[in-house]
Design a protein around this ligand. Structure first.
Ligand code: ATP
Ligand code: ZN
Length: 287
């Protein structure tokens, strides 16, 4: 019997496109995506790719036209479609923030009372103001939100920010975070058993890619009398590997450390007397 294909919706062209396609490639899935094509078939995994506008992805997945999709949490929260969040993907990180012109004397969220706010995220913003007991006038515009105050269309904006440079160049100052967002894998709420099996296989690969990106392989040489201290610093998947060096009294220690603790661990190791510390990227990591 032929395996049923899992249909995945990806952003056609935009900030999530490249990372989404790279994730598939790192999962070992080969496909050809001709420029301007709306659909791609994969060669070595039962997946069929649809390239869509990001705003349409939650609806396609909710309706079952696509089985799964990759989309920003911001878009999900705005559209309020019923889909299941399967996995956070660690890219497309941004926040939805309120920002005011530099000369706005801002003290608290109450300062938005009665003000006109331009945004492409009216639903999220409405909920935020309701939770904060603020009555503001929300003006929904579909793009170039950041110029609204300078052309007199609004008193403030609520827009997506990553570095903050767009706000800065438009004379705006970020004052409140409304929502933190990253790309997530979403799924239709009721997949049949065959499709669920394909999704599980895909998810297993995604987790291996994510784990590899979040961890580093570390090797170092240590004088034997310091081994106990060094092992204390290194967590490892189970525990570090220790092997004797050709030179007596010394050992080689191998372990895996989390990207986030990286510098602190390396400094602590150096202070303990570790030498020849090597840190390597991990290709895939199966936990
Ligand atoms: P489309 O044509 O598909 O509708 P778009 O213009 O709405 O594209 P993009 O600007 O490509 O969307 O952004 C897609 C997603 O990337 C956003 O919804 C958000 O989740 C994420 N993102 C990450 N950083 C930023 C940022 N600095 N500004 C905007 N979006 C960001
Ligand atoms: Zn969009």
């Amino acid at each position: 019997m032929k395996t049923e294909k899992l249909k995945i919706a990806l952003q056609k062209s935009g900030r999530l496109s490249e990372d989404s396609m790279n994730l598939l490639k790192k999962c070992g899935i080969r496909f050809t995506n001709g420029l301007g094509k709306l659909r791609a078939e994969t060669e070595n995994f039962p997946l069929e790719i649809y390239f869509l506008r990001d705003d349409d992805i939650p609806e396609y997945v909710a309706d079952g036209v696509a089985d799964i999709g990759i989309v920003g949490e911001n878009v999900l929260a705005e559209t309020e479609k019923s889909v299941e969040i399967i996995e956070k993907l660690n890219f497309g990180k941004c926040r939805l923030s309120l920002a005011v012109p530099k000369n706005f004397d801002y003290r608290s969220v109450k300062d938005f009372e009665g003000k006109r706010i331009a945004t492409s995220y009216p639903n999220i913003l409405r909920r935020f103001f309701a939770a904060n007991n603020v009555n503001a006038e929300i003006h929904t515009i579909s793009g170039s939100v950041e110029i609204a105050p300078s052309i007199g269309l609004a008193d403030a904006v609520c827009d997506l920010v990553s570095s903050g440079s767009t706000l800065f160049t438009n004379g705006l100052r970020e004052v409140e975070t409304v929502l933190n967002s990253e790309a997530v894998l979403v799924s239709h709420t009721a997949l049949n058993a065959d499709l669920q099996a394909v999704l599980d296989k895909f998810l297993f690969r995604i987790k291996a890619v994510k784990a590899a990106e979040q961890n580093k392989y570390i090797l170092l040489n240590a004088p034997n009398e310091k081994l106990e201290q060094i092992i204390e610093i290194l967590p490892g998947i189970k525990s570090p590997t220790v092997m004797p060096l050709a030179e007596t009294g010394w050992s080689s220690v191998h372990s895996v450390i989390n990207e986030n603790d990286f510098w602190e661990i390396v400094e602590a190791l150096k202070n303990t007397g570790a030498e020849g510390i090597l840190v390597l990227s991990i290709d895939r990591m199966i936990q």
